[in-house]
Write a protein that binds this ligand. Structure first.
Ligand code: ATP
Ligand code: MG
Length: 307
């Protein structure tokens, strides 16, 4: 299922303009929605899942328009909200069974699917535990199980890996890549870039409600080539350099520090260029965004990858 976001705006009741003329096409596969706190990721996901209404513009799921075909769209959606909470007094299996009921599954088939999913997300052993007593990682896995129980065509997960340890993050990603098939779109928001580079072929970068980049992780890396440097500084120089450049990493070294910085031109320093990875690229993009330099950059460079 293709999702087309067209001239989408969201102005909240207090006048805050949270999404600004957003245009974006999302195709089946894993899609990453990246952006700092307050970028508008949750706002966009809530509009996609029909929890919020857009102020103007629209979203099409194939030919279904969110303004008209709410029932049809609801039936193809699976959603794991950022602030996902469990009802009190429901066991793990009951919680999923409830979700399966809402998805229209009945009888023996329903039990079969619930058990199968509990196994898939590694919760079968703890199926009789109260859902709200599961660990953070287990809760997230139960959350994704309820989001995928009805075989949705569009799966929307809002910051599913925040607060998870590395092992749980990998496990979570594996569950998602397991359910991805050629017709399912999985949209994953995060501010952990590593989550996106390893699983998403395409991503969008939002900042202050505006789309700033749309492309692949490799495109993002390519654009930041030649902007990431390694330099050696003494203790005394370190404080000074922090004021000048965004710093990616600081490693103690004989008589000072090896640091990685992002800069168009690190004049005055003996800087060695290094090949960027996705984390470097994100810092580079963020530096541009935070300084509101993005438009200027797109004009001078003429890159069609910038929006
Ligand atoms: N109900 C609301 N009323 C007014 N402003 C809101 C409302 N919900 C969100 N906002 C504002 O809209 C902006 C975008 O918020 P949103 O939650 O979509 O960001 P986000 O990208 O999901 O951030 P985070 O990474 O912190 O979850 C923020 O400035 C937020 O304060
Ligand atoms: Mg959010």
């Amino acid at each position: 299922m293709d999702i087309k976001i067209k001239h989408l705006n969201k102005i909240y009741g207090d006048g805050y303009h949270a999404l600004r003329d957003l245009n974006l096409t999302i195709q089946p596969g894993m899609f990453g929605l990246l952006g700092p706190n307050g970028a508008g990721k949750t706002t966009l996901m809530k509009i996609m899942t029909l929890m919020h209404e857009a102020s103007s513009g629209t979203i099409l799921f194939d030919d279904f328009d969110i303004r008209k075909h709410r029932k049809e769209i609801r039936s193809v959606l699976g959603y794991l909200p950022q602030d996902f909470r469990f009802f009190e007094k429901l066991k793990t299996w009951e919680f999923l069974d409830y979700g399966a009921g809402l998805a229209g599954l009945k009888g023996g088939k329903r039990k079969e699917i619930v058990d199968e999913l509990l196994r898939k997300v590694g919760l079968f052993e703890v199926r009789d535990r109260w859902a709200n007593r599961l660990s953070g990682g287990m809760k997230r896995r139960l959350g994704i199980a309820q989001a995928i129980v009805g075989n949705p065509k569009v799966i929307i997960v809002d910051e599913p890996t925040t607060g998870l340890d590395p092992e749980e993050r990998i496990r979570f990603r594996n569950i998602l890549s397991d359910v991805s098939d050629e017709d399912v779109a999985i949209i994953l928001s995060t501010h952990i870039v590593g989550d996106i580079s390893s699983s998403c072929k395409k991503l969008a970068l939002l900042n202050k409600g505006e789309l700033k980049f749309e492309g692949s992780p490799d495109d993002m890396i390519r654009i930041s080539e030649g902007k990431v440097w390694e330099i050696f500084v003494t203790d005394k120089e370190l404080a000074n350099i922090k004021e000048k450049f965004p710093i990616i990493s600081t490693i103690p070294s004989e008589g000072g520090w090896e640091i990685q910085i992002v800069s168009e031109n690190p004049e005055g320093y003996a800087a060695k260029p290094i090949s960027p990875n996705i984390e470097h690229a994100y810092v580079y993009f963020m530096d541009f965004l935070l300084k509101d330099k993005m438009d200027m950059y797109s004009e001078t460079e003429g890159s069609d990858l910038f929006v």
